[in-house]
Design a protein around this ligand. Structure first.
Ligand SMILES: NC(=O)c1ccc[n+]([C@@H]2O[C@H](COP(=O)([O-])OP(=O)(O)OC[C@H]3O[C@@H](n4cnc5c(N)ncnc54)[C@H](O)[C@@H]3O)[C@@H](O)[C@H]2O)c1
Length: 453
């Protein structure tokens, strides 16, 4: 587990060693003997440097104390697309934020943006950790005093979940910005090149269901009172009737939807004997990005094939892929293509803040988060062409097995109970905002996030 935060604002405990704006905390990875010796040498060197640099070695961490009037939110997956936007909104609204992410899919560049916007002590800390590691999770809850958890972290691609629901991969991660900084510095000091890191990335049922259980157990153990859980319309499967209400039976048809439904079930069972305030938000298709252009969506290139329609449109507009393939033109819809409900990320994070404000002890609120309006794929593609100004080539192909014709939400419940309604409902405008970020970030959050070896 690595903890990166800004100098002078962060925990100074015996196991947390600040270095030039970064804290390094107890890695949980097991290495071979040489690796361990190397790590020990690295840590010693970093420790010496830290002692030289830090005048505030023994000051207590603001993140480890409950402070009257300050709500401290743990944002899991806060380096990812939705989590980073949620963290930005929370910070803007004066919440204290701790982000935990293993950077398997998120971007340290997004954390950097947030740190630059909110450099003040006690506002934001980033902890690099895997939520599948029970010891790390326990340590995070032991050392920090959270008032609430927004649990976004997950692997979240339907197609990928179908291909590979159970397998435990050993994946090779390129080192990312920040971590790179640390390792580059260490390697420079020691005059050696460090090996690539290996982390275990456990797939859908582990990553979604087991990790949610771990979070829940730690929340219960350490008395964290509020949970906002990221769920999905994929838990409904193929409902017979539209629009989808919260009462629509949940019959998920892919491992992603099933893993999320299982997490919901665990949370609901747990809630029966708990005082915790819980909100489960089931999102529809999320699009858009920060209207002020500070954050965007930057998935790993290797996930492109499983990607979402907006990503595919932008890739086509940039010439990364030759064009778009729209599958199915003979559905019983207005123009024959599938219908989906696209919710702008700005509206989505607004729903989270409202859910946080309205969460009540011993109560579970379950809400659809969508616009309530279905848009056809054809409409989406037209909006994307206008937003990007590129005449994207579109091939119309036969239906893809497993796709359902129409999915859209009934957002009445969230409107009535949380006073939330989607405001960014102009597809073209949402896509234009996202496109602006995409155009100015051709390499996502930066080439410096690629491997150094
Ligand atoms: N994007 C959508 O359209 C959509 C729709 C419905 C629900 N959701 C849900 O919203 C949440 C966020 O989705 P997103 O689109 O931002 O995805 P994302 O991949 O951009 O972000 C997920 C983040 O979680 C991190 N993560 C994954 N496993 C982790 C682990 N074991 N430990 C620590 N960090 C880990 C990743 O590194 C990444 O930063 C997910 O729970 C997803 O299921 C998303």
């Amino acid at each position: 587990m690595l903890n990166f935060s800004r100098r002078g604002s962060q925990p100074r405990n015996p196991r947390s060693m600040p270095l030039g704006g970064m804290d390094y905390v107890d890695p949980k990875r097991k290495g071979n003997f040489v690796g361990k010796v190397f790590l020990a040498a690295t840590l010693t060197a970093l420790c010496i440097l830290m002692i030289k640099q830090s005048p505030t070695l023994n000051s207590p961490s603001r993140f480890s104390l409950h402070e009257p009037g300050v709500t401290h939110v743990l944002v899991t997956g806060g380096a990812g697309y939705i989590g980073s936007h949620a963290a930005l909104r929370l910070l803007k609204d004066s919440y204290r934020v701790t982000i935990v992410d293993n950077l398997s899919r998120g971007n340290l560049g997004a954390i950097r943006v947030l740190q630059e916007l909110f450099p003040e002590p006690g506002r934001l800390q980033f902890i690099y950790a895997d939520l599948g590691d029970a010891k790390s999770v326990n340590k995070i809850f032991l050392e920090n005093k959270f008032d609430a958890v927004m649990h976004f972290a997950a692997v979240a691609y339907v197609g990928e979940s179908t291909l590979d629901p159970l397998k435990n991969h050993l994946v090779h991660y390129p080192l990312h910005l920040g971590i790179q900084d640390l390792f580059i510095l260490a390697s420079k000091m020691l005059g050696v090149i460090l090996p690539r890191t290996e982390l275990q990335n456990k797939r859908y049922y582990h990553n979604i269901t087991s990790n949610t259980l771990l979070i829940l157990e730690s929340m219960a153990k350490y008395g964290v009172k509020t949970l906002i859980y990221s769920s999905t319309c994929a838990t409904y499967g193929e409902p017979e009737r539209m629009p989808i209400t919260e009462e629509t039976p949940q019959v998920p048809i892919n491992p992603y939807g099933k893993a999320k439904k299982m997490s919901e079930d665990i949370i609901l069972d747990f809630s029966k004997n708990s005082d915790m305030a819980i909100m489960i938000l089931r999102y529809f298709n999320v699009i858009g990005s920060d209207p002020e252009g500070r954050l965007g969506e930057a998935p790993r290139p290797e996930l492109r094939e499983h990607g979402r329609i907006s990503g595919a449109c932008f890739d086509a507009a940039r010439g990364i892929i030759p064009g778009l393939k729209v599958k199915g033109t003979d559905y019983k819809t207005s123009d024959g293509t599938c219908i989906r409900d696209y919710i702008d990320v700005t509206d989505l994070v607004d729903a989270h803040v409202k859910a946080l404000e309205k969460a009540e002890p011993r109560n579970v609120g379950i809400y659809n988060v969508g616009t309530g309006k279905g848009r056809s794929v054809k409409e989406f593609v037209d909006a994307c062409k206008k937003a990007t100004g590129v005449d994207i080539k579109v091939d119309y192909l036969p239906r893809r097995p497993g796709d359902y014709a129409e999915v859209f939400s009934d957002p009445t419940k969230i409107r009535l109970e949380l006073n939330w309604t989607a405001r960014y409902t102009d597809l073209q405008e949402s896509l234009q905002i996202a496109w602006r970020w995409q155009k100015s970030h051709r390499d996502g959050y930066g080439t410096s996030s690629s491997a150094i070896f």
